[in-house]
Ligand binder design. Structure first.
Ligand SMILES: Nc1ncnc2c1ncn2[C@@H]1O[C@H](COP(=O)(O)OP(=O)(O)OP(=O)(O)O)[C@@H](O)[C@H]1O
Ligand SMILES: O=P(O)(O)OC[C@H]1O[C@](O)(CO)[C@@H](O)[C@@H]1O
Ligand SMILES: [Mg+2]
Length: 544
């Protein structure tokens, strides 16, 4: 539907190039002439996300080498002037042998290869370039945080601000308050190194965040009206989809604006990248809850400690927290279906464990076993403001089912303590290693934007920071691969039943979708081109 505001004459005015006497202001609005001259291109087609262009910049080389490149502002504004990178005269970097990343450096997506394997997909290596496309006084950057909280958000904000000011001599950075809708519905805040100096010691985001409210036209109007020419967008899969359409609209209008995404997700469900910032902190924080559950469980006869952790569609936090703790007897994640009753079911295992050990600890990811919840308590089609499905409290439900089972069967009296630390593990400040990780991410994003790249997400791939096209990180979600050795390690550490037999996995799996690299994945993070979608089929009564 066409928005009334976007198609009004006022909105057409908004799309003309503003002028201003401030130094650098007009440079910010360098714009692709044909896009501005063509009135039809100025009309806003929709307030909601237009389809993201599926065309990726792809360069092919010898021996099956493929570069999935990211866009550059010169793709649609040719002949832009370049400037020497100020890093060359930065005293802090004077001892560095090689300041700049070689322009041709790329990073391989798959590093486990065979003699005859093609060289495969690569991404452009992140880092400072010899020439930049923005002068320091020309840059007017903004930062926004969207989606749920995650440890490290403030560190990323801090390091973008400090990177811009201290490495590139920029002195205009705006904070957009309250997520995407802040572009058009809230005031901005000025961010300086002084303002952000201590923020990495705090959890949350000093800018605030929100779900929903992504209105592409209003957001890009705001970017244009404010003279912003570098947009740093920190958020999860939904946010990066939003960033992709903002980039598309900016390109359509022919604006000299770089759009850089910094992937954030506590669930670690963004594909391609090694892992998301804050994940380590979350796993560490989850240990406190698991320890408490263990202490409670072992202090009472037939004690059961149950901990619910985050993970809507991916059980990475639960899996890593379980592996790290070694006190957990059972870990339930969305990727691994399970059932309660009968031989090989959860009740039988709980009974066995209590008999053997007198107590047990269960970790459950919030998205696990949602299909088991009866319709009455499962929220039918309830969605949050961003359109994400609202999940019911599976931990509470399983705890109740276990209690009823033992009561019904007149078995032993159990002492079950349910701990739900979900928001506690994401509201804490990031730990030391996440802080360093966030610093590198932020600096890589700044180097990329200054070098004129746009429409990219930055993250490490096989340990090297890379610029990745939005499409690659939004096309699917990262999941725990239950046919991988990491999940097997977990099963052997907890001794829980797998709830599935190998034959079920093989029969249920779509061999088309399963790639050899998935089977080889060493760390539980799927790194192949395709995703294995729930390889196990589970029937209505919970039986495989
Ligand atoms: N397909 C989409 N197109 C445009 N904008 C989107 C899309 N999906 C989500 N958004 C916007 O992105 C923002 C964040 O989305 P969402 O609430 O799903 O969180 P997220 O970024 O996925 O982070 P997380 O799930 O880790 O909390 C919201 O403002 C939402 O409106
Ligand atoms: O209650 P909120 O803020 O919507 O966030 C809950 C969701 O956010 C996440 O932490 C992702 O950011 C999920 O694990 C969880 O389901
Ligand atoms: Mg999300």
């Amino acid at each position: 539907m066409e928005s009334a505001i976007a198609s009004s004459p006022i909105s057409l005015l908004k799309h003309t190039i503003p002028s201003d006497s401030r130094p650098g202001f007009n440079k910010r609005f360098a714009s692709f002439p044909s896009a501005v001259a063509d009135g039809s291109k100025l009309r806003a087609p929709s307030t909601r996300a237009a389809a993201v262009t599926p065309n990726m910049k792809v360069v092919k080389g010898e021996a099956g080498y493929v570069l999935q490149d990211v866009p550059h502002i010169t793709d649609y504004i040719p002949d832009l002037p370049t400037y020497p990178n100020p890093l060359q005269t930065n005293p802090a970097y004077s001892v560095v042998k090689q300041y700049f990343v070689n322009i041709d450096d790329t990073v391989a997506e798959n590093i486990v290869v065979h003699k005859s394997s093609p060289r495969g997909v690569h991404f452009r290596r992140a880092g400072p370039r010899q020439r930049v496309y923005f002068e320091s006084d020309e840059v007017h950057a903004c930062i926004v945080t969207c989606g749920g909280l995650c440890p490290g958000l403030n560190t990323v904000i801090r390091e973008i601000v400090c990177g811009l000011y201290q490495i590139y001599g920029v002195n205009e950075v705006l904070g957009i308050s309250g997520g995407y809708r802040g572009f058009y519905a809230r005031n901005t805040v000025n961010l300086t190194p002084k303002v952000v100096n201590d923020i990495h010691k705090r959890g949350g985001t000093i800018l605030g965040t929100s779900r929903g409210g992504h209105d592409t036209m209003k957001i890009v109007d705001s970017i244009q009206d404010r003279g912003i020419n570098q947009v740093y967008i920190i958020g999860g899969d939904g946010t990066q989809k939003g960033a992709a359409v903002i980039y598309e609209e900016i390109r359509r209008r022919g604006l000299k604006v770089s759009v850089a995404g910094i992937p954030k997700t506590i669930d670690n469900d963004i594909p391609v990248i090694d892992k998301s910032f804050g994940f380590d902190t979350a796993v560490e924080e989850a240990q406190r809850a698991i320890n408490a559950a263990h202490v409670e469980a072992e202090s009472f006869e037939n004690g059961i400690g149950m901990v619910k952790l985050m993970g809507r569609y991916s059980g990475f936090i639960a899996m890593y927290a379980t592996l790290a703790s070694r006190d957990v007897d059972c870990c339930l994640i969305p990727e691994s279906p399970f059932y309660l009753e009968g031989p090989g079911g959860l009740f039988e295992y709980v009974e066995k464990r209590l008999k053997e050990n007198g107590h047990m600890v269960v970790v459950v990811a919030e998205g696990a076993g949602q299909e088991l919840l009866s319709d009455a308590i499962r929220s039918l089609d309830q969605k949050d403001a961003s359109g994400n499905k609202v999940l019911q409290d599976v931990g509470l439900w399983i705890a109740q089912q276990i209690k009823e089972y033992f009561k019904r069967r007149n078995k032993r009296t159990i002492n079950l303590k349910y701990i739900d630390p979900t928001y506690m593990i994401r509201a804490v400040p990031s730990n030391a290693s996440d802080n360093v990780y966030c610093t590198l991410l932020a600096q890589s994003a700044v180097h990329g934007a200054m070098a004129g790249y746009t429409g990219f997400t930055v993250a490490p791939v096989n340990g090297r920071h890379s610029y990745i096209p939005f499409q690659r990180i939004t096309e699917r979600q990262n999941k725990v691969v239950i046919t991988d050795r990491m999940w097997a390690r977990l099963l052997s550490s907890t001794n829980q039943p797998s709830f599935v037999r190998t034959v079920d996995i093989l029969e249920g799996s779509n061999t088309e979708e399963e790639t050899p690299s998935a089977a080889l994945a060493e760390n539980g993070f799927y790194s192949g081109d395709k995703q294995i979608n729930s390889p196990v089929k589970i029937t209505g009564d919970g039986r495989i």
